[in-house]
Structure formats: C-alpha cells, structure tokens
Design a protein around this ligand. Structure first.
Ligand SMILES: *Cc1c(COP(=O)(O)O)cnc(C)c1O
Length: 392
C-alpha cells in the first residue's frame, strides 16, 4: 500500500524550480475558493496589478496563463501568428530552438538567426535578417537563456523589431524578478515568463503581457487561433477587467494564491533591490568559484546573475558530483544541456535561492565533493573570497 509523500527539504540551485519560501507555501494551503467567487475575482485584479509592476508595464492584457512557461511561449506565438507569416527567430540555446518549433506549428516560416551557445544574440545578424526578409512580421528571442547563462540585449532587439515594423516576442521566463526587465521602456510586444525561476513561486503558471499593438494584431486576426485554450480573446472573457467574468477554465486557485504571495514579497523588497541582490550573490559565487580554481563558461559582460554556467574541470565525473551534492548535502545544481552536456554545471541563484547562505553552502559543499574526487582545485580560498564580496 502506498502512503503520503514527504519530500526532503532540498536547496534548489539549478535552472529552476527555485526554493519556494514558507510564506508562499503557506498561501498555497489556504482554503480553496470558487474561481468565480467575488473574493477570488478581487484577488485576480490584484495579481494583474502586481504583474504589471513586475513586468514594468501598463499593458491591459496582462495575466497569468494557467500552465507552465512553455504554455506562455505557445500563447504568444499562436495569438500573433497566422499561416504564411514570416518570423525571425534568434537561437543561442535550447529555448530559441523551441520557438522555431512553435513558429512552424503555426504554419509560419522561421528565419533563423543562430549564435553559438554561450554567446548573446548578435544585433548585426538580426539587422541582416530584417534586410533579407522585409516581410517578417515578428522578431522572437530569449532575454535570459537558461540553457547557457547568457543575457541578450532585449532593449536593442525590441527597438530593432519596431524599426522594421515587426512585433517582438520576448522570453523572460528566467529574467522576471532577477534582472532588469522593462516591458514598456523597451516597447516589447508579447512577453511571457514563469513562476518557478526568479519569482520563487511553485511551478505551473506563466505570466504574460501583450502591448496595445499586439492586442490590435490579435483583434484583426482573420483565422481563429489554432489553440482553443490559449486563445487570448477567449481567456480575456475570464481575466478581462471590465467585462463580466465568464467561465473559461477552472483557474488553479491555490497556485494563484501562491503567485499573489510571491509577487507581494517582490513588491515589498522592491524590484531594483531584488535585481541588486541577485547581482551581489552572483559576484560572491563567481569570486568563490574562481578562488577555488574553477572558471566560468560565459564572458563576464554577458553573464546572468541568476544562472551561472561553470566549466567542469578536466577528469571530473559530472554526474557523480551532482549526485554527491544532492545525496549528501540535499543540494541541487543543474547539468549542462544540449551542446553543453557534460561540459558545464548550471548553478542557479534565482529568487529565494539567491541568498548568502546558499552561496556559502554551495561553495563549501562543492569544495568538499571535488576534493574527494581528486580534482585540481585550491582549498580554503573560496569562502573568504565570497565573504569579502558579500561584506564589501
Ligand atoms: C524554464 C524556461 C522555459 C520553460 O518554462 P517551463 O515552466 O519549464 O515550461 C522557457 N524559457 C526559458 C528561458 C526557461 O528558462
């Protein structure tokens, strides 16, 4: 007979999910309301306002899609694209590849702008792609590439899209709450994110926001959106502010309590303060890793503070190190993905996981595990180096 499931308390320092604070887990356990209960409808309005704060936008069409980040991605593509459209898709890691899949499944053509894994999206290449394809109606790119730990210049890319009369679709799954994100300032058009990365909420919800230009395009559609569930015109019947709310699907009521709580926590801390915390803990981690003799996989100017790609030293058993961290220290870090499998570790410092104690714990645990593997590292220098940054 099977009984209840009691997971251990892990420290989540991989590519997401990140540690969920007790306050957010507590919110999840509050009494379930009906999804059309007036009290719940009031909460929906608050969630929308908090998401507008987090995204830095006044976009009316801002809401949490009731499904993970991948569904937010799909929602942006299926609502903005019609068969026959041309989309410039930037790929410098795993998630750009998924965007291509979405474009093609919409019956549109993806013009790929490829950059090496570990490099940001090249503005020159995007410029050239627009010159070759003036018919392109959308530019799609990933702001924070979680597979490699690279940040691309979202402001410049959104500006390029506008210059060429195209809408932008921007993946901010890993950036929301962790690094500067300014939807209105950038003039971004369709932006999606996730709850389990720098918001430190439970997985399974995808905040999205659409600019007035994007809404215009959606309203002018000739073809029905291929996905019934993700059709924003239908979803708006439930989430829309001034219309009478109608049943579309049963909202994940308790998960939305959790999202609300995590957004309240973000607003209490302040967006800019949260970004600065991510930057400080990242600097401490890098100082510690380098003092140990390890090297970072991404050039300093392109690094994401919330996702640190570290080169695995020669002769070290990647999987053995990760299992030792998990089994002995209850500490999860991420493996390399795709082209970087076996070559890098991905150490997440996202949201609630971006804390001084996590930086220190990880450095101490990694030094211990690598020492026992006989890896050529320097002992005893990592913690003082990290502490010097945290004290400074
Ligand atoms: C995690 C992630 C996604 C997918 O989100 P899910 O919630 O796993 O569906 C998409 N894009 C990026 C950049 C991500 O890091």
């Amino acid at each position: 007979m099977t009984g209840s499931f009691y997971p251990p308390q892990r420290t989540l320092m991989g590519p997401g999910p990140s540690d969920v604070p007790a306050r957010v887990l507590g919110a999840l356990a509050r009494p379930t309301l009906g999804h059309l209960d007036p009290l719940f409808v009031g909460l929906m309005d608050e969630i929308k306002a908090l998401l507008q704060y987090a995204f830095k936008t006044r976009n009316e069409l801002t809401l949490p899609v009731s499904a993970p980040g991948s569904a937010g991605m799909e929602a942006c593509f299926v609502n903005l694209l019609a068969p026959g459209d041309t989309v410039i898709v930037c790929a410098n890691g795993v998630f750009g590849g998924r965007m291509k899949e979405n474009v093609e499944r919409c019956g549109a053509t993806a013009v790929m702008v490829e950059d090496a894994w570990g490099q940001p999206v090249s503005l020159d290449k995007v410029q050239a792609a627009f010159a070759d394809h003036p018919e392109a109606s959308v530019l799609a790119f990933v702001h924070a590439e979680t597979s490699t730990g690279v940040r691309s210049d979202a402001a410049a890319l959104c500006a390029l899209a506008r210059e060429h009369g195209a809408l932008s679709i921007v993946d901010t799954v890993t950036s929301l709450g962790g690094i500067e994100l300014d939807v209105d300032g950038w003039g971004a058009d369709a932006v999606y994110s996730g709850t389990q990365k720098c918001l430190s909420c439970v997985p399974g919800i995808s905040p999205v926001t659409f600019s007035p230009r994007a809404v215009e395009r959606i309203n002018a559609r000739e073809h029905k959106v291929q996905s019934w569930f993700l059709d924003m015109q239908l979803v708006m019947g439930y989430w829309g502010g001034n219309t009478k709310r109608a049943y579309h699907h049963t909202a994940p009521v308790n998960a939305l309590y959790a999202l609300h709580e995590s957004l309240v926590m973000l607003r209490e801390e302040g967006l800019e303060t949260a970004w600065a915390r991510h930057a400080r803990n990242h600097a401490a981690l890098v100082a510690g890793l380098e003092a140990m003799g390890l090297s970072m996989a991404v050039a300093a100017e392109h690094r994401l503070p919330q996702l640190n790609a570290v080169n695995i030293p020669e002769g070290v058993d990647d999987a053995a190190v990760r299992s030792a961290l998990l089994n002995e220290f209850d500490l999860e870090i991420g493996a390399g993905l795709g082209a970087l499998a076996g070559k890098t570790w991905r150490i997440g410092l996202m949201g609630h996981s971006s804390r001084e104690r996590n930086v220190i714990t990880l450095l101490a645990a990694l030094e211990s595990v690598l020492g026992r593997q006989g890896a050529p590292i320097t002992h005893g220098d990592a913690l003082p180096a990290a502490q010097a940054v945290l004290a400074g």
